[in-house]
Structures are given as C-alpha cells and as structure tokens.
Design a protein around this ligand. Structure first.
Ligand code: ZN
Length: 459
C-alpha cells in the first residue's frame, strides 16, 4: 500500500477499461489526492456552487493527473480538473472562471453527448475511459499510427464531453452571474479565454483539450467583454490575499511535482527562498528521491511556520516513506489535530499508527481510520486499512465482534470498488458476528439494503 505514502495520494484505476492493463508509472489513469490542493479548490468553488443553488457537499472535485489543460463535468455532479489546468491558470480568479463555467453546465442540467455512457459510471471508470482515449495515441501504435489516430482521439474526446454551442453560451452566462454574486470580476476569466484563443493556430493534437470541448467563438468572448462593461463589479475585484497565498502554494506543489528537475535548477544555491519556492523545492527533492535534502527543506519551512499543518503532513509522509514510521507519528498527529476534517490526513495518520512498532497504537489507529472513513466513506483504501486494523485487533483479542468489524470494513471496501458479490459475502459475515443493535451492525444492515437494491436494478 503505497497510496497513502505518496505526496499526491495516487488512486490508480485498475482494469476498468477492457484492454487496458493495470495502471502503472507513466500511465495517465490516475486521480490525484492531496488534502491541501483539494481544500484550496473546495474553498474556491464553494461560493460559486452556492451562487448556483448547488449543494457544495454534493459536488465531487477530482484532480486528474494529466498535464493537459482541461476541465469537465461527467457522470453526475463530478467536476474534473486536470493538473494542467491548475498549472495554466496563473491566478485563482482565472481558475474560478473555469469552475464557474463548469458549474453553469451542472446547474443548467446540460447533458454532454457522452452523458448516457458516463451517467452511472464510477469516477475511476470515467477517468479510465478518457485516459484510454488519450492513451490510444501513444501506447502500442508507434509514432506514425499515433499521428493518424490523433484525429480519431480528438473526435472521441470531443463527442464524449462536448456540449452544444447554445449550452456553452448559457454556461458562460451562468458563470458571469456567479462571478458577480461572489464579487469577483470576470476580467481574469476573459484573460483565460484569450490565452486559450492563442492556441487555436497550433496543431489540433497539441491544443488544450479544453479548447476542443469548449470551442471559443468570438460570440463567447464578446459576451464576456460586454458583461465587463455592464456589471457593477469593479474590474479590480479579486479574491483577496489569503486566496492568492493558497493559490501560490498550490502552484508550487504542482511545479515541484510535475517539473521537479526544472524547479531544482531554478532554486539551486538560493539560501533565502520564500515559502512557495521552498515548498516547490522540497517536493521536487522528494520526487527525485533525495529524501534527506527534502526533509531539511521541510524543516526550513517549519522554521518559517512551525504550526503549518501541511508542512507537518509533508514531513510525516516523507519520514513514513523512508521507513521511519515511529518518527512520522508526531508530525502526522499535529497535522491530523489541526485538520480534523481532512479525511486523507486522518487516514494517513491512521496508516502510520497501524504500521508503527508500538503495539498500543492500534486503538488510536482504529479511531483515526474510523474518523477518516466517516468523513469520506467512498475511499476503498481507508476501509482496507480499517479492516486490517480490526483484523490485527481481532487476532489479539480473539473477540468475534472485532472480526465482525473487520468484515464490515471489507464489505465497505468491496462496495466502494464496485465488487458487489464480495460486499455481500463480507456483509453476511459481519451480520453473523456483530451484536444485535450495535452501531456497526446497523450500518452493515443499511449497506446490505443498499447493495441488494443496487444489484437488483443492475440486473
Ligand atoms: Zn463548457
């Protein structure tokens, strides 16, 4: 289980698309999980969702490990943002404009052409399908054929994700009302459109996919420009310095992650780096396997901000990755305490406690992993770790209830991965072992009903 150890928690999508092998290094079928980046995006998007009358908690924000510029809504209220988009939007206001546009599609109930195919697909499946389309160009076909397939890939991506011209216009119109409602000028949204417009002359296969699924017409840009003339929101109205700082840290993390060599070159022999640059350097050092210098860079960050929970998270994770599990605990504890709502961090702490050599950490591991699964119930890895923790506990106590807890966690894991038959089997075990009326038994009964009704409608 390296998932929890990675900086950007990597949830690979396995065998979800026929013909695609298990995802590995270099494949693009990857969703990135990073507590800080997700929190930044969540804070950015929440006021826009509210302005659109959408329940913010209902929307999943998914970061796709893909360097191309793209954003889309698919398979329900799921907003997918490519890392390339996060990187290509130099200000939080530009990113906000794109989020507002996609929110306009969501609020308008627009159905992309591929909606039927993707309607009930799991998030990993959607990413798998799209990555499969993109990967077709480069895997196994050779350069010549790859070039020939470029057009087909473009058409496939376009037809799956694209909206009608009218829907593009209405998503823009909605985006402008949301930006007005949150008091941010659409000037930066227009700037983003202009940047994309500049790509129209380069070959199709090198253009941002966003440009292909959201064709930029003069009408669209004129409408935004006209709105800027009309609106009461000042052209200088922005998100404020706190967002600028969060955005700078997000960009720094992405740079360190995506362009490690370049970052190392740029920050070499510079003793007085500001926080974002030092953050980028720490991550770049870690990316390139230089853990000792990476740790000392994080220590420098912690000298600047001793309370920063994300620096503690990073330090804990680096130590954990290096095998210093017990040493990672105090950093993880600090991060988990400060960010008690961050499921990823609670789970990472729980994982470290579980792997710790100190035996009395098991109960603490169970409580952290239980908290993490309560905050985010659809993450199979958390359930997997929780099952392992209860399994260890059961081996110590020989108490059938502990084994029942493990079976329930395995059922949740199986259900989160769409393995219905396994889920049913583990639930039967759990219901045999857990005492009548206990909270976990009640949850197991609920899941049992969900699983049975879902498989009934499938068949
Ligand atoms: Zn659109």
């Amino acid at each position: 289980m390296r998932f929890w150890a990675a900086l950007f928690l990597v949830v690979a999508c396995w065998n979800l698309v026929p013909g695609l092998a298990r995802a590995g290094e270099g494949d693009r079928l990857v969703i990135l999980r990073d507590a800080e980046t997700e929190e930044t995006l969540r804070r950015l998007a929440t006021p826009v969702f509210k302005a659109a009358g959408i329940e913010p908690e209902a929307v999943k924000l998914i970061i796709v490990k893909d360097p191309s510029v793209n954003a889309f809504v698919a398979g329900g209220p799921n907003l997918f943002l490519h890392m390339g988009l996060l990187e290509a939007t130099p200000t939080p206001e530009q990113l906000l404009g794109v989020i507002a546009h996609e929110t306009g599609h969501m609020a308008g109930g627009h159905l992309a052409r591929g909606s039927e195919a993707l309607r009930n697909a799991r998030i990993e499946t959607i990413v798998g399908i799209l990555a499969g389309l993109a990967a077709g160009v480069t895997t196994g076909h050779g350069e010549m054929l790859g070039a020939a397939l470029g057009g087909a890939q473009t058409v496939a991506t376009r037809s799956l994700l694209s909206f009608s011209r009218d829907q593009e216009g209405s998503a823009d119109a909605a985006a402008l009302t949301y930006l007005d409602a949150v008091g941010v000028s659409a000037k930066e949204f227009l700037a983003f459109m202009q940047t994309l417009k500049g790509q129209e002359d380069i070959p199709l296969d090198r253009q941002a996919p966003y440009l292909r699924t959201h064709p930029l017409t003069h009408e669209r840009m004129d409408a935004v420009a006209a709105h800027l003339q009309r609106t009461k929101v000042s052209p200088d109205a922005r998100l404020g310095p706190a967002f600028a700082a969060r955005h700078a840290r997000m960009e720094a993390k992405l740079r360190g992650y995506l362009h490690a060599e370049r970052v190392l070159q740029e920050t070499k022999d510079r003793p007085n780096l500001e926080v974002p640059a030092l953050y980028a350097r720490a991550l770049a050092l870690e990316q390139t396997g230089q853990l000792a210098p990476a740790l000392s860079a994080v220590d420098r960050l912690l000298q600047k901000a001793p309370e920063d929970p994300y620096f503690h998270e990073l330090r804990g994770q680096m130590l954990f990755e290096k095998g210093h599990v017990d040493e990672s605990l105090s950093d993880y504890a600090a991060a988990a305490k400060a960010l008690s709502r961050a499921a990823l961090i609670r789970a990472a702490y729980g994982h470290a406690l579980l792997e710790s050599t100190t035996p009395n950490h098991l109960d603490r591991a169970i409580s952290e992993l239980t908290a993490a699964s309560g905050l985010e119930g659809e993450t199979p890895e958390t359930w997997h770790l929780l099952a392992a923790a209860w399994g260890q506990k059961g081996a110590q106590t020989n108490d059938p209830v502990d084994r029942g807890q493990a079976a329930y966690a395995l059922a949740e894991e199986a259900n989160a991965e769409g393995r219905t038959q396994d889920a049913k089997r583990f639930l039967a075990q759990a219901l045999r072992l857990l005492p009548e009326g206990s909270p976990t038994r009640l949850r197991a009964q609920d899941l049992h009903m969900d699983v049975n009704s879902a498989s009934h409608t499938d068949e």
